[in-house]
Design a protein around this ligand. Structure first.
Ligand SMILES: [Cu+2]
Length: 267
């Protein structure tokens, strides 16, 4: 009886079935904007998504093909009275085929994605604009320093916040990413932006979003016991004036706190 081939076939059918079903599940992939949907809210994110879909289709076709071959081989060559086992170990032709085909697919993917990777990661592609903020990962928070009214970072009027990222819709934003203790990873899931923050390095990271709303920032590197605390709020403002208004309020609050803290001691 062919119980074993049937068992293997059931596993293969389950695996292929869950692969085919998963894109129809609303939570199958990274989150989109506040309105939901499957695509990212940033222009870079949409390019990442299309690469992801392409790679998923290629690997999906290979996956389904190999599962069919597995089921066919276990059924066709199953143990049966009078059958003699066949061996093809060491077949040069097969070895060459299954080396060249995956290599060709990998080379294709490597070349195809190169432009996107260069636009997202190469320092030479960084937009030549004023930085939005300097963000430092530390155990266990994102310390954010925004240039104050003078527009220059690391001066006395900077705004300092924790886990609170703000930027303007439809506009490229550039941050400088640092780490003060261990490696952290700056991850904006809805924007598909992920960059390790490495002690000793200042890494430019740039992104945009075309939908106003609230998103999340997380640390994607298991950086210690308080790793989970490194969840931040991201606010995408509808316009520059909204952003400026928020910045004004935040600065007022910061300066009021400073005065309140210093006041009693000065007496
Ligand atoms: Cu971290």
């Amino acid at each position: 009886m062919r119980y074993w081939p049937l068992l293997f076939a059931a596993a293969a059918v389950f695996a292929v079935g869950s692969f085919v079903y998963s894109p129809f599940d609303p939570d199958w992939w990274l989150p989109a904007g506040p309105e939901g949907g499957l695509t990212s809210v940033s222009s870079i994110g949409r390019r990442i998504d299309s690469l992801y879909i392409l790679i998923l289709v290629i690997t999906g076709v290979v996956f389904i093909g190999t599962q069919i071959a597995l089921v066919w081989a276990t059924w066709r060559f199953a143990d049966a009275p009078g059958r003699v086992a066949q061996y093809f170990h060491g077949s040069q032709r097969l070895e060459v085929i299954w080396t060249i085909v995956p290599a060709a697919i990998l080379v294709f993917i490597a070349l195809y994605q190169m432009g996107t990777w260069a636009d997202i990661k190469f320092r030479s592609s960084a937009p030549k604009i004023q930085p939005l903020a300097e963000i430092t990962g530390r155990q266990f928070q994102w310390v954010m320093r925004y240039p104050g009214p003078d527009g220059v970072l690391n001066t006395g009027d900077d705004l300092q916040l924790v886990n609170d990222l703000h930027f303007v819709k439809g506009k490229q934003s550039l941050i400088y990413l640092k780490a003060s203790d261990v490696i952290h990873s700056f991850f904006l899931p809805a924007l598909r932006i992920k960059q390790d923050a490495v002690p000793g390095l200042t890494i430019p990271v740039w992104f945009d979003a075309d939908t106003q709303g609230k998103y999340e920032l997380v640390c994607a590197e298991l950086c210690g016991w308080g790793h989970y605390k490194m969840r931040g709020n991201v606010t995408v403002h509808g316009s520059q004036s909204d952003f400026d208004e928020w910045m004004g309020r935040a600065l007022n609050e910061q300066n009021r706190d400073t005065v309140a803290a210093v006041g009693p001691q000065g007496r």
